[in-house]
Design a protein around this ligand. Structure first.
Ligand SMILES: Nc1ncnc2c1ncn2[C@@H]1O[C@H](COP(=O)(O)OP(=O)(O)OP(=O)(O)O)[C@@H](O)[C@H]1O
Length: 336
């Protein structure tokens, strides 16, 4: 469904020279610097996959999405989506995809969403009978009927976003791109959107690609994650493997029956390098790297050395993992 090989995008940026003399020289000959926004990335996606493209600001996600949706022409590499080369066969290609960009609206500001939907249906030449049933389903599942007749400018961000998603799906595309679909939304609306997307993926086998800064989006929706850093693809695989590879490991909080200090616990653990912090007089948090396989030793030693009232094991937090990735120079790990 999506085939991307050695995809590249370079931008030439004008570099202004310093001072008045520099500005004068700029008038006659300009100096340019080349930025590799996307640096030879490759990946393949099967029909019905739902996956996230993540990376810190400036990693190249938006540029990638713009190339995948036919807005930008690559400077190198090859790609094929839904059987089309996006920038070459743009008109036909866009009929087979849906796109939601968080910051850009496809709804007419002064019209109601419903009127926008009708116009979009004409643009996409959607068949009336099938189109009506599909639209009814979108309105119902996205719970937008209470405000679908109000002008878009009067809607809240959460209401508008749900209408944007409906608009992007009006022609029932096989492939959906969502750029930061939940940014700025409250928890309830986020959940509604995630449930809707999950259901769409399950029932229609729709392939969904999303970029997000919200780690809980990924945890709720995606098995597969692609991580970009400085234009390069540094990880392509399962969220589970991402956790194992970059996860900081395990955290255990011991609740003691008597006052116990970090120093006492450290002395008991001996050679194992763990990160210890006191939660309060009666509890100590122990963090260890997964690769150390220290958990059995830590548990047995602490339980044998102190009177323990309770033990809490904490799952690895994806947000921390992503932060770890950004502070590490990752090497490429490929999918499958
Ligand atoms: N039109 C452009 N002209 C010049 N440089 C650009 C252009 N668009 C993007 N870049 C540069 O390419 C790099 C990648 O940018 P891009 O917007 O794709 O990153 P991103 O991962 O989407 O970041 P963000 O999360 O902030 O949206 C950045 O260094 C950016 O400055």
């Amino acid at each position: 469904m999506i085939h991307v090989k050695n995809l590249q995008k370079e931008f030439k940026i004008h570099q202004a020279r310093a001072g008045l003399g520099g500005a004068l020289r700029d008038l006659f000959s300009r100096e340019y610097k080349t930025v590799k926004a996307v640096d030879s990335i490759s990946f393949d996606v099967e029909e019905g996959e739902i996956f996230a493209l993540i990376g810190e600001n400036g990693a190249g996600k938006s540029t990638t999405i713009k190339m995948l949706t036919g807005i930008l022409t690559p400077t190198g590499g090859e790609m094929s989506l839904n059987g089309f080369v996006p920038f070459k066969e743009r008109e036909e290609y866009v009929k087979s995809i849906g796109v939601v960009f968080g910051q850009r609206s496809q709804l007419w500001w002064d019209l109601s969403p419903l009127e926008s939907f009708r116009l979009l249906r004409r643009v996409y030449k959607v068949d009336d009978a099938a189109g009506n049933a599909w639209l009814d389903r979108l309105v119902e599942e996205l719970e937008i009927s209470p405000f679908v007749n109000q002008p878009v400018r009067k809607l809240s961000l959460g209401q508008r976003m749900r209408c944007e998603i409906a608009a992007s799906l009006i022609h029932k595309p096989k492939l959906l791109f969502l750029d930061e679909p939940t940014v700025g939304l409250d928890v309830l609306v986020k959940q509604k959107i995630r449930d809707f997307l999950h259901n769409l993926n399950q029932t229609e086998k729709m392939t969904i690609l999303l970029t997000t800064h919200d780690v809980s989006d990924i945890e709720a929706l995606c098995k597969r994650v692609i991580v970009m850093d400085k234009g390069k693809l540094i990880f392509d695989g399962l969220l589970h493997d991402l956790k194992t590879r970059w996860g900081d490991g395990t955290e255990v909080v011991f609740q003691f029956k008597q006052r116990t200090t970090v120093e006492q616990v450290r002395a008991a653990l001996g050679d194992y390098v763990c990160d210890l912090t006191a939660e309060n007089n009666l509890s100590v948090r122990v963090r260890m790297k997964q690769s150390q396989n220290a958990l059995p030793h830590v548990l047995s030693t602490v339980m044998a050395s102190f009177e323990v009232a309770d033990v809490k094991m904490l799952e690895t937090n994806t947000e921390e993992i992503v932060r770890n990735i950004y502070s590490t120079d990752g090497e490429v790990v490929s999918h499958g």
